[in-house]
Design a protein around this ligand. Structure first.
Ligand code: PLP
Length: 293
């Protein structure tokens, strides 16, 4: 896949000055027009593995607005692979922007009732998919597996070489990205911001995925704004204000919630004086089309 170098920008305002902290944003949303942000890194070694195993089709799962579905369709398209997207819920017409894009670039869409979708990790489910679709390389919902974590470790190495920082902040969905960061960034503090309500289980899941037992990381669970994919007026206002002030667009599902949380923690004095925070812009801007604001 094509990769574009991405800049690190600095945010400046009075709050940061008062608290004596520096805030940098790694604009990884700019790394690829369609396979953007962390999804590029999560897919990189999955594509390699699929091709090495002799597959010509990727199959994955997601909701109708999923960044992962969008990125997988685009990555497959660019790599000359076919793709199948199993979409949670019934088909609704007209297709939303995410699904019409992926369909246009060749992803075969298959809709599944929520009830059946929920059983997708059952042992015999895979065989049913093979019976229906033939041979494929399976990428789990959200894209997190060992190959995804490997890609995020590589990204962490780059961040480490490129910038000097004390804290790494990033949004968390399934926790694959933060696992890769934790595996590499031993000497940093890592703070994840859960995009879902009740994300406390994410710490246990992440602990199972990481290769060392250090406690230089945690996941904040207070900034979900009602749950996954949910927004409140306060968050929407924040997105517009942030964009106006810093010329940086945020997505409402992940990066806006993280950035809001970072500012709250700065206000509360939770970052050390004279420290540097690097926040990851993990992309996801395609999803903004699904929101009415
Ligand atoms: C998928 C996604 C995440 C979550 O990544 P995980 O590895 O599942 O935790 C964060 N930000 C954006 C923009 C995403 O699309």
């Amino acid at each position: 896949m094509e990769y574009r170098q991405t800049p690190i920008i600095q945010i400046k305002n009075q709050l940061l000055e008062e608290r004596g902290v520096e805030l940098l944003i790694k604009r990884e949303d700019l790394n690829h027009p369609y396979v953007s942000g962390n999804k590029w890194w999560k897919l990189k070694y999955n594509l390699e593995e699929a091709i090495n195993q002799g597959h010509n089709t990727l199959l994955t799962f997601g909701g109708a607005y999923s960044n992962h579905i969008y990125a997988t369709a685009a990555a497959a398209h660019e790599s000359g692979l076919k793709s199948i997207g199993i979409i949670r819920g019934e088909e609704t017409m007209p297709l939303n922007a995410t699904l019409s894009f992926v369909k246009r670039i060749g992803m075969k869409l298959h809709y599944m009732s929520r009830e059946i979708y929920r059983t997708k990790d059952d042992p015999n489910f895979n065989q049913k998919l093979i019976d229906q679709f033939g041979k494929f390389y399976l990428i789990p919902e959200g894209g997190t597996n060992v190959f995804a974590i490997k890609g995020c470790e590589e990204w962490a190495d780059i961040l480490n070489n490129e910038s000097d920082f004390d804290y790494l902040c990033l949004p968390v969905g399934t926790g694959g990205t933060i696992a890769g960061m934790i595996n590499v960034l031993n000497n940093k503090k890592i703070i994840g911001f859960s995009s879902l309500r009740g994300g406390a289980f994410l710490e246990d899941e992440t602990r199972r995925r990481v290769n060392h037992k250090r406690d230089n990381w945690r996941i904040e669970t207070e900034y979900h704004f009602g749950g996954y994919g949910k927004v409140k007026k306060e968050l929407v206002d924040f997105i517009f204000e942030f964009e106006r002030t810093y010329q940086t667009p945020l997505d409402p599902v992940y990066t806006a919630k993280m950035m809001y949380g970072i500012f709250e923690l700065i206000k509360a004095g939770r970052f050390k004086h004279q420290s540097k925070i690097l926040a990851l812009h993990t992309g996801g801007l395609q999803g903004r089309a699904g929101f009415n604001f």
